[in-house]
Design a protein around this ligand. Structure first.
Ligand SMILES: C[S@@+](CC[C@H](N)C(=O)[O-])C[C@H]1O[C@@H](n2cnc3c(N)ncnc32)[C@H](O)[C@@H]1O
Length: 321
């Protein structure tokens, strides 16, 4: 059924429905974390029965693009990034359009299941429920594949993005980057997420303390509950001025909590900063952070990384001026 519905959805043209879907079901992830774009499947009861007939959550990482602010001599600005950010904006529009059509398909699935369940009880109702669960699972997978195709431009290799996140976290390391960072030991990492980089660094003999405030769902890995990631907020950096500060793919500024990476710089009193992420206007940090770094820190090394398609992270080392 869902294949037919997807076809229906593809040919339909409504806009903004996905937002209302996310609001209705209250499971969208975009509110606190500006860099998640998603919506949730809610709960459906048939014909007054109390049974929940379908539940699932669909969320997808989508780097947010901030307004471009040109600067002349910045390590955080380069041609490929600029072109990539324009392309990202185009893809964001395409994704929004697709999600609006997906929202219609989703409603169709629920409406049809609701009709099928009318007047049915017990075993017959259970069968309708099972069918609906299967439909929603198929729908979820298809939507995820289409989203990946739109966002990352890759023919959706099943789970490719998730595999990448599980293995590396948000940004893939290279041997050169890890060696460079391990050479700056001891290190303190803030916003370590699933702790994938920290684990690699430990294996290379690096003395690293990794912290995360555990308020977000970590991308991949074991989450911030990984044994080597301690719960801690930016303020703990005040105690670790003797270590190099490592920020890997810090979140973009959020109107409710501000800019995490800039806050790190306010608390950290040491003299070495390692930043892994996109440059100005990209998915990470904020203009406040980039301006602060350019003013108070000198870039001593940039290492090219091997980002996922449509992503533009670099590895930077800075020394306090
Ligand atoms: C985009 S994720 C990156 C995680 C990891 N570094 C990676 O590359 O996979 C940003 C991380 O920063 C953490 N974070 C955000 N604000 C924080 C804060 N104020 N203090 C500590 N961690 C924070 C989040 O919990 C999340 O795990």
């Amino acid at each position: 059924m869902w294949r037919r519905l997807i076809r229906v959805a593809r040919s339909a043209g409504a806009a903004a429905a996905v937002r209302s879907l996310a609001r209705q079901h209250g499971q969208g992830q975009s509110s606190r974390k500006g860099y998640y774009y998603g919506f949730g499947f809610g709960v459906l009861s048939l014909s007054g029965a109390d049974t929940d007939l379908g539940r699932g959550v669909l969320g997808v990482f989508f780097p947010q693009t901030l307004p471009w602010k040109p600067s002349t001599t910045s390590p955080f600005k380069w041609g490929e990034l600029e072109a990539g950010l324009e392309e990202r904006q185009r893809r964001a529009g395409e994704l929004e359009d697709f999600m609006a059509r997906a929202a219609i398909a989703y409603r169709n699935i629920l409406n049809l299941a609701s009709k099928r369940g009318e007047g049915k009880e017990d075993e017959a109702l259970k069968r309708v429920q099972t069918e609906l669960d299967e439909d929603l699972e198929g729908f979820r997978i298809l939507i995820q594949q289409e989203q990946n195709k739109i966002i990352y431009g890759v023919e959706a290799v099943e789970g490719a993005r998730q595999k990448y996140l599980d293995e590396y976290g948000c940004a893939k390391w290279t041997d050169e980057a890890l060696a460079e960072l391990a050479g700056l030991s001891p290190v303190v990492e803030m916003g370590a997420g699933g702790g994938q980089w920290a684990a690699q660094l430990k294996d290379r003999g690096c003395d690293i303390l990794a912290y995360d405030n555990a308020k977000a769902i970590a991308p991949g890995g074991n989450g911030p509950t990984a044994a080597h990631v301690q719960e801690g907020d930016v303020a703990v950096l005040a105690e670790h001025g003797s270590r190099a500060l490592f920020l890997c793919y810090p979140p973009p500024a959020d109107e409710s909590v501000g800019c995490m990476s800039a806050q790190c710089l306010q608390h950290y009193k040491g003299d070495t900063l390692v930043y892994v992420g996109e440059g100005k206007g990209g998915a990470n940090a904020s203009w406040v952070f980039f301006d602060l770094v350019e003013k108070e820190w000198e870039c001593t090394k940039v290492v090219a990384l091997d980002p996922f398609p449509q992503c533009y992270e670099h590895f930077y080392v800075f020394k306090r001026r």
